[in-house]
Design a protein around this ligand. Sequence first.
Ligand code: HEC
Length: 141
Amino acid sequence: MKNRLPILLLISGLAVLSYVGYAQTGSPDASKFDGKWLRRVTDEDHARHSPFAGQPQAAAAGKLIFAENCAKCHGAEANGRSTPPARPSLRSERVRHATDGDIAWLLRNGNPYKGMPSWSSLPEQQRWQVIAFLRTLPPAK
Ligand code: HEC
């Protein structure tokens, strides 16, 4: 009987560990979106300016592109979703502080490992238009 104790401890330890693992992956916690992709943006990309910055017509075109391609994951209002599969809000401080060039880099490369597809199949002009649309969104409440 005595020598079973370590085994029991091991099994209960594993049970606790797997529960913690489940709680982390199964939770609707959007904190897994950590913005690490920003570290991969080159200085050159970071400094790029949108040819459409501040142009309402480009933002209007971008709104349609957003509805067609992005809303299914990020939500019609770009607020993201907290229930699995969680998706980040595009009205966050992080996105607001990212440069147009940073976002252009992400749209070109995606972050497929984290579930963000590459949009390099969209013409570059349309990617800048969708960025112009994101800039018109008010901050998250
Ligand atoms: C299949 C689902 C999906 C689609 C469609 C999608 N995204 Fe994403 N997007 C994600 C996920 C998941 C992340 C989080 C990636 C990460 O944390 O690195 C993300 C991250 C982002 C971010 C960075 C957010 C942050 O807080 O770091 C931006 C900006 C973004 N997406 C814009 C877009 C735009 C614009 C489109 C449409 C052209 C789009 N996404 C389409 C899933 C999607």
